[in-house]
Design a protein around this ligand. Structure first.
Ligand SMILES: CCCCC/C=C\C/C=C\C/C=C\C=C\C(=O)SCCNC(=O)CCNC(=O)[C@H](O)C(C)(C)COP(=O)(O)OP(=O)(O)OC[C@H]1O[C@@H](n2cnc3c(N)ncnc32)[C@H](O)[C@@H]1OP(=O)(O)O
Ligand SMILES: NC(=O)C1=CN([C@@H]2O[C@H](COP(=O)(O)OP(=O)(O)OC[C@H]3O[C@@H](n4cnc5c(N)ncnc54)[C@H](OP(=O)(O)O)[C@@H]3O)[C@@H](O)[C@H]2O)C=CC1
Length: 333
């Protein structure tokens, strides 16, 4: 009897071990067990979700709107009728994007150069915006900087650069616009784009994690304080969405993409159009009762990373039979 149990336990240990090996090999990029085929259940819809004209007569400022997710948000808001202003450091990039989107939607997109790290530049940028369109109804703080780096290799200036763009930049834009909006008794929707690790923290992107957590504290605090001025503050935490800006700095060789997709329960990355639809909804009057919200939009990646037992997804039905038999045999403690 004892020998039978030992034999079974040995076999079980072997199957569980081989599962672990397969799991490791998935993490390191060789052929995996899961094909990600569950993505077929979750196809992205790319067209604008809100009724056309939802942003007619509304002005939207999108920082970092020249590229990546900011560009997609600008395109969607513009398609829905908004007059958009996109602001970042590279005027040529902004102008190209502005022209492309304007010509597709027929709605004006303005390009304004601004380094959000510099409060004076932010103030001048807001002067320009006031002259161009008046104060905006929608503000999306999307500009960011990031790179993967072991923390022991970070220089003080590397830390300062990321936290200046992400936390100080968001604060300068938000405070400058907030003060002027309050003075003019005009309400607005503020949205900050953070990340799922703003909540958990993450090694190797520590300045970004620290600054994004600060942005979340800033927005939750102002949601409580400035509702009385007609301002809403919300946060979207995106999971991985392929953009050149993010992927070139966070996975420069592409080695981690498969492991990342494997741990996302919906089996795929998000798309810029999907986040643009969510940002448009949160910024629209359909969400006028939403303030202080933190919306995770990540295909399930965060909970997948968090649950201690989630790796058991790789246990096969036959292995479960053995495991269950073992567990049921256990009597007492
Ligand atoms: C397990 C792996 C998972 C893979 C993940 C793959 C995909 C992504 C999934 C999820 C993403 C989640 C969150 C994403 C958050 C983001 O924010 S993504 C957006 C990224 N976009 C950008 O960063 C665009 C803007 N970035 C930049 O302009 C630059 O990269 C920079 C931020 C560096 C700012 O440029 P600039 O002001 O010109 O700075 P400098 O070049 O002068 O550098 C300032 C100091 O920083 C040091 N530094 C720069 N790069 C690095 C580096 N790679 N490693 C270490 N240090 C770096 C530089 O040396 C300067 O310091 P010193 O003066 O030398 O001391
Ligand atoms: N893509 C992803 O998987 C994820 C992205 N995010 C977040 O989404 C947002 C957009 O990222 P994404 O589109 O991927 O990456 P991008 O690199 O394309 O976007 C970052 C933008 O920020 C602007 N920017 C950087 N520094 C400054 C500065 N000092 N002043 C003004 N603008 C600046 C850049 O423009 P310029 O160079 O012209 O200044 C750029 O347009 C960011 O907040 C990021 O943290 C969060 C989680 C996942």
């Amino acid at each position: 009897m004892a020998a039978r149990v030992v034999g079974r336990t040995g076999r079980l240990a072997a199957v569980v071990r081989s599962s672990a090996v397969r799991l490791q090999s998935r993490l390191h990029g060789s052929t995996g067990l899961r094909s990600g085929s569950q993505a077929n259940f979750f196809p992205p819809l790319e067209d604008a979700m809100l009724p056309s004209g939802s942003f007619n007569n509304r002005m939207a400022l999108i920082t970092g709107g020249g590229t990546g997710l900011g560009r997609a948000m600008t395109a969607t808001l513009s398609q829905l009728g908004a007059q958009c202003i996109i602001a970042s450091r590279k005027l040529d990039v902004l102008q190209r994007t502005a022209e492309e989107i304007s010509s597709q939607t027929g709605n004006k997109v303005h390009a304004v150069q601004c380094d959000v790290r510099d409060p004076q530049a932010v103030s001048q940028c807001v002067d320009q915006i006031e002259a161009l369109t008046g104060l905006p109804d929608v503000i999306i703080n999307n500009a960011a900087g990031n790179f993967v780096c072991p923390s022991e290799r970070l220089s003080p200036n590397a830390w300062k650069t990321i936290t200046d763009i992400v936390l100080n930049g968001t604060a300068f834009v938000t405070l400058e616009l907030g003060k002027r909006l309050i003075q003019n008794q005009k309400g607005a929707s503020f949205l900050a784009i953070t990340t799922i690790y703003a909540e958990s923290g993450s090694g190797f992107v520590v300045p970004s994690a620290s600054a994004k957590a600060g942005v979340e504290a800033l927005y939750k605090s102002l949601a409580a304080e400035w509702g009385r001025y007609g301002h809403r503050f919300n946060i979207i935490q995106p999971g991985p969405i392929r953009t050149k800006g993010a992927f070139s700095r966070l996975d420069p060789t592409g080695a981690f993409e498969k492991a990342m997709i494997d741990r996302i329960p919906t089996g795929r990355l998000g798309t810029p159009a999907e986040i643009a639809n969510l940002a448009a909804y949160v910024s629209s009057n359909y969400a006028s009762w939403m303030s202080g919200a933190v919306i995770r939009f990540d295909g399930g990646e965060y909970v997948s990373l968090a649950g201690e037992f989630n790796e058991l997804r790789s246990v096969t039905p036959d292995q479960w039979k053995l495991l269950e038999a073992m567990i049921r045999k256990t009597k007492g403690s």
